[in-house]
Design a protein around this ligand. Structure first.
Ligand code: PRP
Ligand code: MN
Ligand code: MG
Length: 178
């Protein structure tokens, strides 16, 4: 698995430091609010698991799975719900957790969908974003790192469902995906 990685973009240490910073900021901003964090399956799971342990205020979690049709390396813009939330979010302060915002299509759909459910607020925390690939004007409220347009895997990010378990973010060797 490690042999498929060209270079490490973000080390375990860099990830840990950034996640702690984000957790501290979120704890501060959401103090006294009815926070529910929503993990967007599957990519956001490692980030979500680490982040919630850095959030030092009462909160709830829920999960949502969405899928966009089309080829695996590119989002088509058509998004559908594969698994919806278990709970209602009326009057709650919702924080969507993503591993990466790429074109922004998934996030745009999620924001529109969740905003229609009468939440008190809906914001976004993403670990990574590729701003140069953005097609839709959505801006995450919290973000870890802005990364260049390279094929990255690890820390939840997959190629054909693999590499999600890498503890760092790495650039995949081109011969693996081409
Ligand atoms: C990836 C990633 C984001 C989304 C970002 O998920 O985890 O959810 O794509 O792309 P976009 O900004 O272009 O919409 P994917 O649909 O691959 O599912 P996964 O999380 O299960 O890997
Ligand atoms: Mn995803
Ligand atoms: Mg994926």
């Amino acid at each position: 698995m490690k042999n498929d990685i060209k270079e490490i973009l973000l080390t375990e240490e860099q990830i840990k430091t950034k996640v702690a910073e984000l957790g501290a900021q979120i704890s501060k901003d959401y103090k006294g609010k009815d926070l529910i964090v929503i993990c967007i399956l599957k990519g956001a799971t490692p980030f979500m698991a680490d982040l919630i342990r850095e959030i030092k205020i009462p909160m709830a979690i829920d999960f949502m799975a969405v899928s966009s049709y089309g080829v695996s390396t590119q989002s088509s813009g058509v998004v559908r719900i594969l698994k919806d939330l278990d709970t209602g979010i009326e009057n709650k302060d919702v924080l969507i957790i993503e591993d990466i915002v790429d074109s922004g299509l998934t996030l745009k759909y999620l924001l529109e969908n969740l905003s229609s459910r009468k939440a008190n607020s809906v914001k976004v925390c993403t670990f990574l974003e590729k701003t140069e690939r953005r097609e839709i004007n959505v801006i995450p409220d919290y973000k870890g790192y802005d990364i260049p347009n390279e094929f990255v895997v690890g820390y939840g990010l997959d190629f054909a469902e693999k590499y999600r378990n890498l503890p760092y973010i790495g650039v995949l060797k081109p011969e693996i995906y081409s």
